[in-house]
Design a protein around this ligand. Structure first.
Ligand SMILES: [Zn+2]
Length: 273
């Protein structure tokens, strides 16, 4: 029995490895199209881990990423969703890489979309299993919710039995953390992401209003980690115009990656810094 189970696990691992190979080939094919003239492009890749950056984002924490003037990091929470492909297309059209903080349960309902996000070269971070208010739960229940979300994401990307925190980026739903949870995540080497500015796209507004709000905020802030929500139709509709705004106003997109998840990208980051 035990042996059979091990063989089954090995089979799943092999399948996962094949999926990763396909994913790499997929992004390599796309990388061949990028950079392209007249696109925004990804200016540089920044590799970070929790030893140097345990908590980032000035909306919640004293520290943030070491971004230069006019550098932005694009992050999308709460997906995957029906509107996510529209965001992915806009990013691909401009040769831009972003970070997606996924919710595990909806992800399990559309695993192909989760794999597509990773295959197109974006960073996948974690955002719990059901988007619970973690500060309202017991510490044990909150940790279970976090780990179930990570396990769901990792199972889609790397197969069942993958290490729990392969991609060591996490963002609290509603930015509701507790000191105990922050300590736990730091002890496990997981970077906790806040944001430096956000689109307030949880408020209903037209894509035009959305664009004005976030571009005004960025003009004032000049740089930072920007939070969007790809399940919001108004955001998905606005992203192409926002990327055009970035291009026309000389902003540069920084793609942030964890060292363990993609050693090839990490090496590239050292070369480009
Ligand atoms: Zn969220």
């Amino acid at each position: 029995m035990r042996k059979a189970k091990r063989a089954a696990v090995a089979g799943v691992r092999k399948a996962a490895a094949a999926a990763v190979t396909l994913a790499v080939l997929g992004s390599a094919a796309q990388a061949a199209d990028c950079p392209r003239p007249d696109t925004l492009g990804t200016a540089r890749t920044l590799t970070i881990d929790a030893t140097k950056y345990p908590r980032i984002g000035t909306k919640s924490f004293p520290e943030t990423l070491p971004l230069e003037d006019h550098e932005v990091v694009l992050t999308f929470d709460d997906g995957p969703a029906a509107t996510t492909p529209k965001v992915l297309k806009a990013l691909a059209d401009e040769c831009v890489k972003a970070t997606f903080f996924l919710v595990g349960k909806p992800g399990l309902e559309m695993p192909a979309l989760v794999r597509r996000i990773a295959a197109e070269g974006h960073t996948v971070g974690h955002h719990t299993y059901t988007h619970a208010h973690l500060a309202h739960l017991s510490n044990a229940d909150a940790l279970a919710e976090i780990d179930r979300g990570i396990a769901a994401d990792e199972s889609m990307l790397r197969g069942h039995g993958a290490p729990l925190s392969e991609t060591k980026f996490f963002r609290f739903p509603y930015f509701e953390s507790t000191p105990a949870l922050l300590d736990n995540l730091q002890s496990r080497g997981i970077v906790v992401w806040g944001a430096d500015l956000w689109a307030s796209d949880w408020n209903p507004m037209t894509p035009e209003e959305q664009l004005k709000l976030i571009s005004d905020r960025l003009t004032a802030a000049r740089k930072g980690i920007i939070l969007f929500h790809d399940p919001r139709a108004q955001t998905a509709a606005m992203i192409p115009a926002f990327l055009r705004f970035l291009r026309e106003n000389n902003y540069r997109v920084v793609h942030v990656v964890p060292p363990a998840a993609n050693p090839a990208v990490a090496t590239g980051a050292h070369a480009t810094r």
